[in-house]
Each structure stands twice: as C-alpha cells, then as structure tokens.
Design a binder for this molecule. Structure first.
Ligand code: MN
Length: 490
C-alpha cells in the first residue's frame, strides 16, 4: 500500500469537514510522513501507513478534525526525532495534549494480572482527562489488531489479552458497539483459535442457509414500508459477532437452534413514532414469536442502547429477528459516546469536559451494578471492588479506597479543607461526615472558616492513611498552640 494524502482526503467529506480542516490534515500529513520517513512496519510497509489508517478510522467516525490530526501524529513524539514541542508550536496545545495523552497510554502494557489492574486504572484516569484520547487509542489499537499476524506469537497473546480484558469492556461501557465487537473478535481469534474457527464455521453455515430468506425479507419489508409511507434510511442484514455468538452458544449448551439473532434485519427509520409503526407493520406481515418483543426505546439498556426488537416467522417457518431504530439510535449504538462528537463543529473544550464528566459519572454508577461486577469477577478485575471514583462539584475526579468518607475526600482535596470540614453534601444532599462514599458520587465539603482543627473522633472512621496522618498532625499542632498560648500567658 502506498502512502498518499488522497487516501485520507477521500474520507473527509465536504458536508463534515471544511477546506481549512483539510488544510490542517494536510499539514499534519506532511509533518508525520516526513518524521516517519524511512521507517518500516513489521509488515514491510512504510510505517506512516499506520498513523494514516488510524486517522482514517477517526474520520470514518466523523470525529472533529483535531482528533483526526492527533491520530495522524500519535506516534511522532515516541518513535521519531520530532518532539512534542514541535507539534505544540505547529498545531497548538489541544492537539499536542491529545498526542501526549496517546503516548502516555502507550506506555501502559498488560503483563500479567498486577500490571493489568494498574493498566486499567491508568487508562481510566487518562479517560477522565480526555475521552478523545481514548478514541485515538482505540483506532490505533484496532489497526494493530488488523495486522497482529505479523507479531511474534507470545507478544500476540499479550496484546490480544489486553484487548479482551481492557479495551473491549471499556468500549462496551462507552456504548461503542462496533469497536467492542471487533475488539472481541480479533482477541478471540488469537486467544482461542480453535473455538474461534469452530464458531466462525458455524456462523458461515448459518449465513449461507439463512441468506436467501433474509434477502427476501428485506425486499418484502421495503415494499410494505413504502406502501405505508414510511421513509426508511436503510433496511439491511447484520451478522452477529463471532465472540458474541460463542458466548451465547455456551449459555445454551452449544445448541445453535436456540440462538435467534445470528442474522438480524435492521430497519432504520425517521423518528420514534415510525419505529412503533414499523413494528406494527412487521407484525401484520409476519407472525411474531410470543415473548420476544423488546422495547428498548421505552426502556433503554444500562449503556443507553435503544431499539425495538421482535422475532417473527416468515412463510417458510424461518425465524427472523428485526431491530428497528432511528438514525440517531443507530449511531449511538455503533459509536456510543463518540457519536456525541460527530456533529459538533468546534465544541468548547470546557463543554466537552463537562459532557465527558457526566458520561463518566454514569459509567461509574453502572460499576455498582451487579451484572457488571460479575463480569469483572469473571475477568479477575478486582480493582473496582477496592477503589471508588468521587467527583468534586467542579468535575475533578479522585480515586479513593472503598469505604472512604467525606473526611477522607476532604483531606485528599486539601489539608485545609479537611481541617476545616464542618459538614458535607453528597450528590447535593446533606450527609454525615462518616457516610461511606460510592463510585460516581459528587461530594462537596462545607468549610467552617473559624474551625480550630479536626475532631479526634474522625480517626475512628477514616479509611485513608493520608487522612489519618493529617488529622494526627493537626491535632498535635492545635494541642501545642493551645499549650504554648497557655504557657505564654503564665
Ligand atoms: Mn500507534
């Protein structure tokens, strides 16, 4: 494959990117291809192919040009003589900071359990700073997975494990269905090649068998919807991801006849009322299977997924699953949190941070959900069981040991805030100073300006060594000053 700017330019459509955007991308392309010139990938191709494809993936998500540009430059400081400061001078702080974020994330590698837990923690904190860095890292890793076959066997396993245990679950939490599915499938292929091939074979057989029925249904549905004046954006088939099928098969003792959604038909319509109208039309056309209608529009899944699902029989007795959704729901399902960046021209940096913080709060809250904790157990991810993430009112996030109280939090923010803590609000509600905090809580400390110092009773409930030490120090000081002023008076 040759490296040319045209490859990227063709992925920057006019309805999304301005000519200034394209100029900026061109400038980054020139800097990047210069910096990496002479370097080769293990595939034997010019190295710059890799950042180029990373940037293309970001453009395919229609993300703002700054993210695409940072994608083009993401390996420059680490792998070339060009330093971050040069990027900063040429492209500004925002892009340089994203590149730096990706570089930092790259240093975290999965090496057995301990490293992996630490890894996840670092990744999470990096995410808390800027979710755009996560999009770039995802695109970068996706391209590496696409060419993983050139990497030596033992390294391949490590990377595949990292993707299965860190990247895929995070993509899932961010609602990025496409990335999650692809990450899992690539990792599955290298971690369990036998099982992967078996599932892939089964899938192939089913697709072959069900293909004609699906095609027939697409035509029938299109006709019927036109008749009812429902303007569809698209009616298409979608095939289940391999790993997702594999997990389902394991739940049903490998009985593939119990899995109805191997191939589904997806109908994308204009608005919510058309979703319900389409459901009615389908049920006029086919016999629905009872108990299989799911309204994820009225009741979205915890990660925000919305659609109507129904399973029906066609006239041949073939079982078909339909998924009905609007374009917005579709993008949300495929790209998750990244879809919120798709249409914004140049959102204020602050606004992005607030939005991301809100998302993070939601994700953290979900961490308390039982099924996710089960999954974590399964993955031997125990870090969330002993760490919690707590927010300040202006959106900063602190991670603390589980069971930490507002006093631990206060000393974490600043010693003076701890010493003068008179009360606390958790999620805007007045709470006792010894209330255990939970992940996702927003904690506000009410400071009493005239307060002399900490209360010795706090030592009975604080969880962090940090708070304990600070309380003791302050108590000693207050005692001393009381004593010395007393002595002075003598
Ligand atoms: Mn890279």
């Amino acid at each position: 494959m040759n490296v040319s700017f045209e490859q990227l330019k063709s992925k920057l459509p006019e309805d999304r990117y301005t000519s200034a955007d394209i100029e900026l991308a061109k400038k980054a392309f020139n800097l990047g291809s210069q910096a990496h010139s002479g370097q080769l990938r293990k595939t034997g191709e010019p190295y710059f192919i890799h950042p180029l494809i990373t940037a293309i993936k970001l453009a395919e998500m229609r993300l703002p040009i700054e993210i695409v540009v940072a994608g083009l430059l993401h390996d420059v400081p680490e792998d070339t003589d060009v330093e971050l400061d040069e990027i900063r001078n040429a492209f500004g702080d925002d892009i340089a900071n994203m590149v730096n974020g990706v570089t930092k994330l790259g240093h975290v590698q999965y090496r057995g359990l301990d490293r992996y837990v630490e890894n996840l923690r670092k990744m999470f904190l990096a995410m808390a700073q800027d979710v755009r860095v996560v999009f770039i890292k995802f695109a970068d890793r996706m391209h590496n997975m696409e060419t993983l076959y050139v990497i030596p066997e033992h390294k391949r396993r490590r990377i595949a494990k990292e993707v299965m245990e860190i990247y895929a679950p995070i993509a899932n939490r961010l609602g990025m269905g496409e990335y999650r599915g692809l990450f899992e499938d690539y990792a599955f292929r290298y971690l369990e090649p036998k099982e992967y091939n078996w599932t892939k074979h089964l899938l192939g057989q089913r697709v072959k068998k069900a293909g004609p029925a699906i095609e027939k249904a697409i035509k029938a549905v299109e006709q019927e919807l036109t008749l009812h004046k429902i303007g569809t954006n698209s009616v298409h088939g979608r095939i289940k991801y391999c790993y997702s099928l594999y997990k389902k098969l394991k739940r049903y003792n490998d009985d593939i006849t119990k899995v109805y959604d191997i191939m589904a038909l997806r109908i994308i319509v204009g608005d919510v009322s058309e979703c319900y109208a389409t459901l009615g039309i389908l049920h006029g056309l086919y016999n629905p299977l009872s108990g299989r209608i799911k309204d994820y529009i009225a009741q979205p899944k915890p990660n925000g997924y919305q659609s109507l699902h129904t399973t029906v029989f066609d006239d041949q007795g073939t079982i078909l699953e339909f998924q009905i959704r609007t374009q917005e729901m579709h993008e949300e399902a495929e790209f998750g949190i990244a879809s919120h960046w798709r249409y914004k021209e140049k959102p204020e940096e602050k606004e992005q941070r607030v939005e991301w913080m809100n998302e993070l709060v939601k994700i953290q809250k979900e961490l308390d959900e039982e099924d996710f904790m089960d999954r974590l157990d399964e993955l031997k991810l125990d870090m969330f069981q002993d760490r919690i993430f707590v927010f300040t009112p202006n959106g900063d996030v602190f991670d603390l040991p589980a069971g930490s109280t507002p006093i631990d939090f206060a000393y974490h923010v600043h010693t003076d805030i701890g010493d003068k803590a008179g009360g606390a609000k958790i999620n805007s509600q007045i709470a006792n100073l010894n209330t255990p905090l939970r992940s996702g809580d927003m904690c506000e400390i009410i400071v009493e300006k005239n307060r002399q110092g900490p209360n010795a009773d706090w030592l009975k409930f604080v969880k962090t060594q940090h708070a304990r030490t600070k309380i003791r120090d302050s108590l000693k000081k207050t005692k001393k000053s009381f004593f010395s002023s007393f002595m002075g008076r003598e």
